[in-house]
Ligand binder design. Sequence first.
Ligand SMILES: *Cc1c(COP(=O)(O)O)cnc(C)c1O
Length: 398
Amino acid sequence: MNNYQITPDGFYGEFGGAYIPEILYGTVEQLRTAYLPILESESFKHEYRKLLRDYVGRPSPLYYAKRMSEKYGCRLYLKREDLNHTGAHKINNALGQILLARQMGKKRIIAETGAGQHGVATATVCALMNMPCRVYMGATDVKRQHVNVERMKMLGAEVFPVESGNMTLKDATNEAIRDWCCHPQDTFYIIGSTVGPHPYPDMVARLQSIISEEIRFQLTEHEGRDYPDYLMACIGGGSNAAGTIYHYIDRPEVKIVLGEAGGHGINSCETAATINCGSVGILHGSRTLVMQDEDGQITEPYSISAGLDYPGVGPLHAHLAHVQRATVMAINDDEALRAAFELTRLEGIIPALESAHALAMLPKISFKSDDVVVLTVSGRGDKDLDTYLANKEYAEIS
Ligand SMILES: *Cc1c(COP(=O)(O)O)cnc(C)c1O
């Protein structure tokens, strides 16, 4: 039997671990020994659950999508993470990590962000908890994601534009790690996905596992059984997917189908399909699949969706794909755009472009009519409106 659980030193099969500079060893070790006892303590659980309910708005609905079900010949349910406060699943994780940071006596929060969604979630919980917050963001992204930059500033965060490299997410992450190295005692680094050195991938997966915990009881209400035949989600770093599958990983009757960003196609040089195109390397403290050239230099990923535009992927997902527990499809820009317009017109839900990569897998699977499918809509599409407007030709319903 396959084992999908993490080992005590942070590995899923050959992927994971903690490849960090010497100076961070003590800090990461402190976090590794602290996170499980705190996350499992009654006082943490009580406060976290209460805020998830009253502040985030959980449980998020599990919605039976009737017209989409008819179209794809299955029983399709949408897990509505788009309805959370700040518009995506990222708040589940940011909230959990800031409670942990406070419990550990940390005084200052740092984060990095690409599209700005994780930066906004972090700035939000920092306002809530009255903690100073610095968000590193590539200068290119600061220009591209102006609205999110203004939201972070309004929430009281300092946005630090990073001018090195291509001035995007990878460079912002390097700068955040540099800051962490300079202030290891008082600073907590809130990482936004199931990436980074152990224990981050496991910690973030646990904080997002509320998604599958809710799916279990919601499906029981709707269908009289607590599991679906298919679980579907998009993957950038992998956190909404990890939360969606967490309580089902060891149940072989549940098929897992994940969509990564194909960009202009996996045979083009413009892609972010790390599992389909990457090779084993070390990125941001973890041994995983990465987009790199022959010299091991990280190559710039491309996707129309800023939230999926990351040159690595979480070690859990690299492992699940490697042992064939999960099927990972590369979804191209045009397929995602078509899927976003389709959901909007059939169900009245404008999804985030990231989430549209999960929706675009529906036509690629042959379902049986009684198959129960749960697909996570990771976020809402308001932030992507300019992109949708610029691509209106994909709006025709087929
Ligand atoms: C950030 C983001 C993603 C990608 O991140 P994961 O860690 O893979 O979930 C997907 N959807 C939305 C809406 C996001 O903001």
